[in-house]
Design a protein around this ligand. Structure first.
Ligand SMILES: Cc1cc2nc3c(=O)[nH]c(=O)nc-3n(C[C@H](O)[C@H](O)[C@H](O)COP(=O)(O)OP(=O)(O)OC[C@H]3O[C@@H](n4cnc5c(N)ncnc54)[C@H](O)[C@@H]3O)c2cc1C
Length: 604
């Protein structure tokens, strides 16, 4: 079948907050834009599921300054943030928030000011929200509305991008297929923005949608980009564990902790976080990496809750305060036989966000001309641990930047075509017909995804060892062997098994990148905790990079102190990455204005 051929100035892959904002900005700058999403436009990834907070130093209720936001972001990142990107995130966040306000997103207000709440790791109330449940949907709806107003933006849902097209060392568009018909599609573009979101679907317990298997990282790697910080997967500490709760988001407890605090208790009903360096005392202050650490360690010590987590209790709160904080959610909980006045719930860490990703400069350009990135797929901004609320912010800020940069390239670049030879390998896969081969029908892709999720959860989860990580790498390689090099059957409408084959192709590559980078980092830092190397080591304050050569992954970092320039093992160590810049002098906490009001909390 001949591919459906699309031609545009800017191709945006992914329609979360990052992709939608990129499209709006590129169209505003005069470019013709095409948005492709493997799901429904604006409804497929993390943005539409995000419930709560967006960090921005607006300073409407208490004095604030992007430099204070920056200092907190850097502190949370455990010395590994890409400081240039983190600075941009903090500096440009207020402007994006106000623009969304002008578009009618409906930020919550108090006394006429946009209201902000304090989230863990922020030194003052800095996180804006719509109503603690609908922030993500409201952001997505607002951006979708703006898209609909722009005639220069075309869009297609159910269009799964399978590979980027690289022509003469530059990205010239992409190849995909329409899930609803199986039809192959080529898209020629002068500039491409990758905004495909994160990878947490690879883990057994996760907060992800089915579209968050890390496609963008794999696409970028195969095209020739560098990934950085792939070992840093953020686990959200208080994902719902028990009792059974139908129809609710697993991270639903977060907004109520913002409102009411809540007590984290071990299996003996004792508060325990003070043992791990921070006394929450009923409040909500512990950053995600430390809270995850504390819960997992209690469980390991035999002090967990019955299902292997911790209790979260609101029993100290009155029925009235619960009703006013939880609203109709109280009724949903009652329908699941949960009465918070008389019982705690059980919570445990779930994979939630990825700090690593595609290496980009301040214009969101990757190393490949013609390719820009935005949102969660970008690596390095949040270092080893992300601050609450920074993820939607980075999607907005980097989306807008990427759209602007892509439109600027359009003005200079000649029209691009996807020549048959540039797209041949990807089209070959999309059009593959293996219906005659018995071996390909044997692979149960759903079961393989479940196996991968178990491998990642058990051996590449919050606590890692060299032995576990090497075991994971071997198991991932085994799965890759089982997957084979062609999808099952022939292209057809809504063939989910075939879609899962393409998912697995990406997930296995990305899982390998995460596990291999984690195996090489012989220290503990932020979200990456090695039981065999429990300390954070100053000489490891550097980024590792992941590249692909002839299908093999190369993990590299600048030489460690005393390591010299020789490669270690067969993985190409000591190769390319630049050392981190020293912490910026002018942006220390000492230079910042003190937080106003009595709401400010110590940074932890
Ligand atoms: C349940 C949940 C709650 C969260 N709550 C918060 C919060 O309160 N505050 C906060 O700051 N952050 C939160 N986060 C994180 C935050 O929502 C995300 O980091 C952010 O929304 C990512 O935006 P994005 O545009 O980069 O990606 P996404 O919103 O994930 O969008 C990516 C899009 O790319 C599409 N896509 C992927 N692969 C392909 C492909 N191959 N071809 C075509 N399309 C593709 C997907 O379908 C999807 O629509 C939360 C995350 C989750 C999962």
């Amino acid at each position: 079948m001949d591919p459906i051929a699309i031609d545009t100035d800017v191709l945006v892959v992914g329609s979360g907050a990052a992709g939608l904002y990129a499209a709006i900005e590129a169209a505003r700058a005069g470019a013709a834009v095409f948005i492709a999403d493997r799901s429904l436009i604006g409804r497929g990834g993390a943005t539409v599921m995000a419930q709560m907070t967006v960090a921005a130093a607006l300073g409407e209720e208490v004095p604030d300054d992007p430099r204070a936001h920056f200092a907190d972001t850097i502190a949370a990142g455990r010395g590994l943030c890409d400081e240039k990107l983190a600075q941009l995130l903090c500096e440009e966040a207020p402007d994006c928030i106000r623009e969304l306000d002008g578009w009618g997103v409906g930020w919550a207000r108090r006394n006429g000011h946009i209201a902000a709440t304090t989230a863990p790791g922020h030194d003052r109330p800095r996180c804006v929200y719509v109503d603690f449940i609908n922030t993500g949907p409201a952001v997505s709806k607002t951006l979708r509305k703006e898209i609909a107003r722009k005639a220069a933006i075309r869009k297609a849902g159910d269009l799964c991008i399978v590979d980027l097209v690289v022509r003469d060392g530059e990205v010239a568009g992409a190849v995909g297929y329409h899930v609803g018909s199986g039809a192959p599609v080529t898209i020629a573009a002068k500039a491409t923005v990758l905004a495909t979101g994160g990878l947490t679907r690879m883990f057994r317990r996760n907060s992800a949608s089915a579209n968050m298997g890390g496609d963008g990282y794999a696409l970028a790697l195969r095209a020739g980009c560098t990934l950085i910080d792939m070992e840093f997967v953020q686990f959200f500490p208080i994902g719902h564990l028990a009792p059974r709760l139908v129809g609710m988001d697993p991270i639903m407890w977060d907004p109520f902790r913002y409102k009411l605090g809540g007590r984290l208790l071990n299996g003996s009903m004792e508060e325990f976080t003070s043992t791990y360096g921070s006394d929450e005392d009923g409040k909500y202050v512990l950053p995600r990496d430390l809270a995850t650490y504390a819960i997992v360690k209690e469980v390991e010590a035999g002090r967990g809750s019955p299902h292997g987590g911790a209790y979260l209790s609101f029993q100290h709160c009155s029925a009235q305060s619960l009703r006013s904080a939880f609203g109709p959610v109280i009724d949903r909980l009652a329908a699941n036989h949960i009465d918070l006045t008389t019982m705690p719930v059980e919570v445990a860490p779930i994979a939630h966000y990825h700090m690593g990703g595609v290496k980009a400069d301040a214009t969101m350009a990757t190393e490949l001309p013609g390719l820009f990135v935005a949102g969660e797929v970008v690596g390095g901004t949040n270092g080893a641990n992300r601050l609450s609320g920074n993820a939607i912010t980075e999607a907005l800020v980097f989306g807008r930047r990427a759209g602007k940069s892509a439109a600027a390239r359009v003005k200079q670049a000649a029209r691009r075509q996807v020549r048959p030879q540039d797209a041949a390998a990807a089209l070959d896969l999309v059009r593959a017909d293996t219906s005659e081969k018995a071996s390909n029908t044997a692979a149960n892709t759903a079961a393989m995804i479940a196996r991968l999720q178990s491998i990642m959860a058990d051996d590449v989860g919050p606590f890692r060892t060299g032995i576990k990580l090497r075991r994971a790498l071997a198991a991932i390689a085994e799965l890759a062997g089982e997957l084979g090099d062609r999808p099952p059957r022939r292209a057809a409408a809504f063939d989910l098994e075939r879609l899962e084959w393409f998912d697995l192709r990406n997930m296995l590559t990305v899982a390998r990148a995460v596990a291999a980078a984690a195996e090489q980092r012989t220290e503990s830092r932020g979200a990456h905790q090695r039981e065999d190397f429990p300390h954070s080591l100053p000489h490891w304050r550097l980024h590792q990079s992941v590249t692909m050569k002839s299908g093999e992954l190369i993990i590299a970092h600048p030489p460690l102190e005393g390591e010299g320039r020789t490669a270690e093992g067969s993985s190409g160590w000591g190769a390319s990455a630049a050392p981190l810049s020293p912490p910026p002098g002018p942006l220390t906490r000492a230079d910042l204005p003190p937080p106003g009001g009595g709401d400010a909390k110590a940074n932890v």
